[in-house]
Structure formats: C-alpha cells, structure tokens
Design a protein around this ligand. Sequence first.
Ligand SMILES: NC(=O)c1ccc[n+]([C@@H]2O[C@H](COP(=O)([O-])OP(=O)(O)OC[C@H]3O[C@@H](n4cnc5c(N)ncnc54)[C@H](OP(=O)(O)O)[C@@H]3O)[C@@H](O)[C@H]2O)c1
Length: 339
Amino acid sequence: MVEVLSKVVLVGASGTIGTHVLNALLADPADDFRVTVLTRPESTSTFPSHSSIAVARVAHDDLAALTNTLHGHDAIVHVGGIPSIASQPVMIQAAVAAGVSRFILNEFASSPITQTGLAETARFRKPRLDVLAVAKAAAAECPTFSWTGLAVGNIIDLSLLKFPQFGIDVRERTVTFTDEGTERVTAATLPDIGVAVRGILRAPAQTRNRYCHVRSVEMDQVGIVRALEEQQGCRYVVSMERSEVLYERGRAGFARGERSGFRDLVVVQLFGRVDGKGSSVVVGREESDNELLGVREKEVGEIVRGVLDTLALEEEKDGNAGGRGGEKDVLEQATRSTG
Ligand SMILES: NC(=O)c1ccc[n+]([C@@H]2O[C@H](COP(=O)([O-])OP(=O)(O)OC[C@H]3O[C@@H](n4cnc5c(N)ncnc54)[C@H](OP(=O)(O)O)[C@@H]3O)[C@@H](O)[C@H]2O)c1
C-alpha cells in the first residue's frame, strides 16, 4: 500500500463538513494532496481556485463516468449531504473497477461500535449500515480495496451555532439542561474532522477496514454553559427537562411524525439517559485515534472561544441579524446524523 493516499476524489467538497476536509487537505503543501472535487452536473456549488484542485461534474449514479473519473486516484472521501448517502454503493463499485484503494465512508456521525443509538431512530442509521455492508463485501472480494469510517459524535461548534433547539442558545443566552446537565459527552469540531480525514489518508495501513474514533473535547452541558458565561460575561437563563419526560414525549411525537418528536429524541441521545444510561461518549481518551490522526483534544473553554469568534464574525456579516435564516433543514440533518 502507498504511504500516503495523496490522489483524492472528494464528494461534497462545498458542504458543511466537506469545506473543512478540503481546507485540511490543502493546509500543508508538504502533503502534496491532489484533490478532484466530484460535483453533480446540476450543482451550483463553487470551489476555490487552486492548483491542487480539479473539478469533475459527474452524476452520482453514472457508473461508467464515475469509474472514468476515479481512475488514477488513491482514495475517495464521501462527505455529500444526506440525500447522497445512497449513492455510495455505485461509487464503491466504480472505485473497485478503477483500482482505488480506499473509500472513506459517508459517516461522520455516532459510532456503530461504541454508541448504542435509540431504537426509535434506527431507521436513520440503516442506510449507513447498508453501505457499510457493501463496502465490507467489496473489500472481502477485492483485497486492494479497503474502507474507513470516521465516528465523531456530536459536532460541537456546529451544534452551538446552528442548533439552539438542542438546549444551549448562545445568541439568546439561555439553556435548557437535560436532567442536571452533567451527562458526559464527547464531540468533534468541524476543523478537527478535516484533520482526522487527512490523518486517515496519511496512515492508510493503520486505518484500513475499520472505524476510527476521534474526540475534540469531553464535556457536559454545565461545563459548556460555565465557559460561555465566563467568556460572554453574563449569566444564562436556566431551565431543565428530565430525560424520561423528553424520551416519552419524543417517542409519542416521533410516532406521529412530528418534528418536535425528532428533536426530543436527539436531545435525549445527545445529553440525556435512557434506562439510566447515556450514550454520547464516542470513545475514551486512551482508546481514541486522536494521536494517530493528529487530532488534539481541547478544553471546553477553547472550543467555546472558537464558537464565539465565529458568532461574532457571522453577526458582523449579517449586520447583527443573527445568521440563523436561510439554513438548510438543520434539525432533520442533525437527527439523521446523530440518530
Ligand atoms: N455528527 C453530526 O452532528 C453531523 C452534522 C452534520 C452532518 N453530518 C454528516 O456529515 C455528512 C455530510 O453532511 P454535510 O452537512 O456536510 O453535507 P451538506 O453540506 O448538506 O452537503 C454536502 C454536499 O452534498 C451535495 N449534495 C447536496 N444535495 C444533494 C443531493 N440531493 N444529492 C446528492 N448530493 C447532494 C452537494 O455537493 P455538490 O453540490 O458539489 O454536488 C453539497 O455541497 C452527512 O453524512 C451528515 O449526516 C453529521
């Protein structure tokens, strides 16, 4: 196997996570990554102009065109949005046909190995598990092909900036703790996900045919709010909801197809307990792949500082309009990612 998988096809390069993956791949010229951005023919996404980036407009279901595009590459990284998850089996087929040696699966969610998701949201996990089965079968049949999944858990900077409905509202300075707000949670930041993907490409042998687990921080809701209060120089308005209440209300609402039911279940999964147990630690510090992949664990204060800096920039850009408008369907996105 080559030492670094440097010729990379990136699907979803302009997306929430893809932007950070692209940044990380281009951050250090010594890496010499060459990136072919694979974008849909109908896409209006734009990409930075850079000597290491080529753009290929290819339909996600066009096996011949995909195979043609993938020829000469070492790896494909799939970070397309949720509607594109089902495109992976065809891309895996194309990758095998083109002799691509690594497929980084579109995971970037909770870990199927270390985290037990709620039974109610299992149908959101199923498409990813189906793709994993296809990747495993391809690797078994074709020894030069391999896959890697990256488990990150909650994406904390994204959550704090875009999902106030999970309990912490950094703009309104309010928090609804789940129980006492003391359930332990590990999370990654968007830039660290980019770093981790780069780490996988730099260490192909150690990351072959397995899930890697990373953590940027371990915290609880109380710790986040203390750090926010300190840095924003104010007290948050506090309320509280019990896991049992959220869970029961979430189950009932979810069964009726209500969006608030999704939210309640996501909050229980992220910050609460079911049958007395939480499920939001992706991996312990010692067992994590942080060192291998180059991800540095941080204090909560450092994470919060980064979030508040981004918030200040957003508010400046939006003329203090808050920057919440025009988002994609973030609740559904989060539900499907963490569920
Ligand atoms: N753990 C978490 O909390 C968390 C949070 C967010 C996301 N995620 C996961 O991370 C992965 C990437 O999510 P993301 O939010 O970064 O993606 P995204 O920003 O929604 O989309 C990324 C790219 O996907 C392509 N795309 C958009 N709509 C598409 C469609 N209908 N069909 C095919 N392709 C489409 C577009 O690329 P082109 O225009 O170039 O074709 C887009 O730029 C997903 O698996 C998501 O579940 C996890």
